[in-house]
Design a protein around this ligand. Structure first.
Ligand SMILES: Nc1ncnc2c1ncn2[C@@H]1O[C@H](COP(=O)(O)OP(=O)(O)OP(=O)(O)O)[C@@H](O)[C@H]1O
Ligand SMILES: [Mg+2]
Length: 223
């Protein structure tokens, strides 16, 4: 099982959005996925409840968990045959983020092009470095049809010595619209740029953590 923590102490940058969309993409690719929601706002958990009412949709399991229970929950997920655990963390200084980063194989740090987010990103990257977990920044809210955000973000991250994902997420209304229905952009607008960028991000990420559909198919075929 691979474990990925999604964290930045700045609020509203897209931690939960990234978690839900990656979890759904992985589930659709045939993986057994669990979202561990460490945020007492429980945005991922309530999204999961709304989602479970949409019977046709693929269902990542979503569970709220405190830092005390995290190691046991991860072990339970591993024993239950989960392929991927995604840990969503709260904003602000918290004990949850360090616990998630420590437990993870990889940390994803969503950020946007704004100095507060760069501060948060630098702090999360430093935490990951301290705990020995590789970290990658993912630019969110980039302006569609413009590369200027991406180029500016790349040079800031280079200066901070934080690797940046080659895939960038743009500001599209459909991300917000999908949420109240317990859905994702892939389901609400499957032909959209937003759905495309999530598919590309998942493809890239699954290769990074060596989780790909063919490996899973092989595993199931030989099980
Ligand atoms: N790329 C995007 N385009 C448009 N809206 C977005 C995008 N990413 C996130 N959003 C919207 O921005 C809001 C904040 O996103 P989200 O809840 O994922 O942030 P967060 O980092 O988890 O926030 P918090 O720190 O409060 O947990 C949500 O309404 C979400 O739908
Ligand atoms: Mg959140």
């Amino acid at each position: 099982m691979r474990t990925i923590a999604i964290t930045i102490n700045k609020g509203g940058v897209g931690k939960t959005t990234l978690t839900k969309h990656l979890a759904t993409a992985a589930t659709a690719a045939g993986q057994n996925v669990i979202i561990l929601d460490m945020d007492t706002q429980q945005n991922a958990t309530t999204w999961g409840k709304r989602r479970s009412q949409q019977q046709d949709e693929h269902l990542p399991v979503v569970r709220f968990v405190t830092e005390n229970d995290l190691p046991d929950e991860l072990e339970r997920a591993r024993q239950a045959g989960c392929d991927l655990a995604l840990i969503d963390t709260p904003p602000g200084r918290s004990s949850e983020a360090p616990a998630a980063v420590e437990a993870a194989d990889l940390v994803l740090i969503p950020f946007w092009l704004e100095s507060d987010a760069f501060d948060g990103l630098a702090k999360s990257a430093a935490l990951a470095r301290r705990l020995g977990t590789p970290a990658i920044g993912i630019l969110n809210f980039a302006t569609p049809n413009s590369r200027s955000h991406e180029e500016a973000a790349r040079s800031v991250l280079e200066a901070l010595d934080v690797p940046m994902s080659p895939v960038v997420l743009h500001r599209y209304e459909v991300y917000r619209l999908a949420n109240p229905k317990g859905l994702t952009v892939q389901e609400v607008e499957p032909e959209s740029h937003a759905a495309d960028e999530i598919a590309t991000l998942w493809e890239w990420l699954s290769a990074q953590v060596q989780l790909n559909t063919s490996a899973i198919v092989h595993k199931r075929a030989t099980a």
